[in-house]
Write a protein that binds this ligand. Structure first.
Ligand SMILES: [Mn+2]
Length: 268
């Protein structure tokens, strides 16, 4: 079940956490990725690019965040990378949700090199099965309900059975110490938002129980960490600019190496 998205010959993909429209840190990272891993063609992004559609002002198209999105697209093109986005709470659900409701099986093309994946989409790359389950509860403010996965979303996503790799923005409660510390240091956040977040994280736990991924990735908390329990690994990716924002996933073995330590490919 799910389409095969494999680009011929790809054996590794990159996986990145929150980028928050910070071009000055993102663009050098993309260049480094292309330099060190020229055979990587796919970047699986775990959300919070801060994607919003361009606004039309007269005949102009106005892009927010200093034109981050068109600049990102140009960088991806130069690096021969496509970016498959598992949307976060800071990507524009008022635009994404209607498209996903109309075509739950169809990635929405945001730019020539960037696609947003509907919540619950299954696909294959390099013989591995992936499930993308975007969205999360905003902790700092109420941004409406479209960002939050529902029980129905969870049941629908689980219905296809097990997968190799689960991609979410929202964390599960996998026991990663840095994630737990970030949630406990909650003076910034209201009890209501923390309650909603806890229920959303439990929903991801249920999804994990149902689809039994060998490997789960999430972002959102801006801290990195890993835990291995019962042969099931969970990797939290940190925010751009911190170690552990981007990793290389080897599809054959499902090994995960941070971009900082992953062996550089020889060009021979
Ligand atoms: Mn987030």
């Amino acid at each position: 079940m799910g389409d095969d998205f494999t680009i011929q010959g790809e054996t590794s993909v990159a996986v990145s956490g929150d980028w928050e429209s910070r071009g000055e840190a993102v663009f050098p990272l993309i260049r480094r990725l292309a330099r060190q891993h020229p055979s990587v063609r796919t970047l699986l992004h775990l959300g919070d690019l801060r994607w919003v559609p361009a606004r039309r002002v007269g005949k102009q198209r106005l892009h927010l965040y200093d034109g981050f999105l068109p600049k990102l697209d140009a960088e991806l093109g130069r690096a021969r990378l496509r970016l498959l986005l598992t949307p976060g709470n800071h990507d524009d659900w008022s635009s994404l949700q209607p498209a996903f409701v109309a075509h739950p099986e169809r990635p929405r093309r945001l730019t020539p090199h960037i696609w947003a994946l509907p919540r619950g989409l299954r696909f294959h790359i390099g013989g591995r099965t992936f499930l993308s389950f975007g969205g999360a509860v905003s902790l700092d403010a109420d941004r409406g309900t479209a960002e939050i996965p529902t029980d129905d979303d969870m049941r629908r996503a689980a219905a296809g059975g097990r997968v190799d790799v689960l991609l979410t923005h929202e964390p599960s409660n996998a026991g990663i110490a840095a994630v737990e510390r970030a949630l406990e240091a909650h003076q910034r956040w209201s009890a209501d938002r923390l309650d909603l977040s806890a229920s959303s994280r439990r929903r991801v736990d249920h999804l994990v129980d149902q689809v039994q991924p060998s490997l789960s990735f999430h972002g959102h908390m801006h801290v990195g960490g890993r835990v291995d329990s019962g042969g099931r690994r969970t990797v939290a990716l940190s925010v751009i600019g911190m170690p552990g924002n981007t990793v290389i996933l080897r599809l054959g073995t499902l090994e995960v190496d941070s971009l900082e330590t992953a062996e550089t490919e020889s060009n021979s």
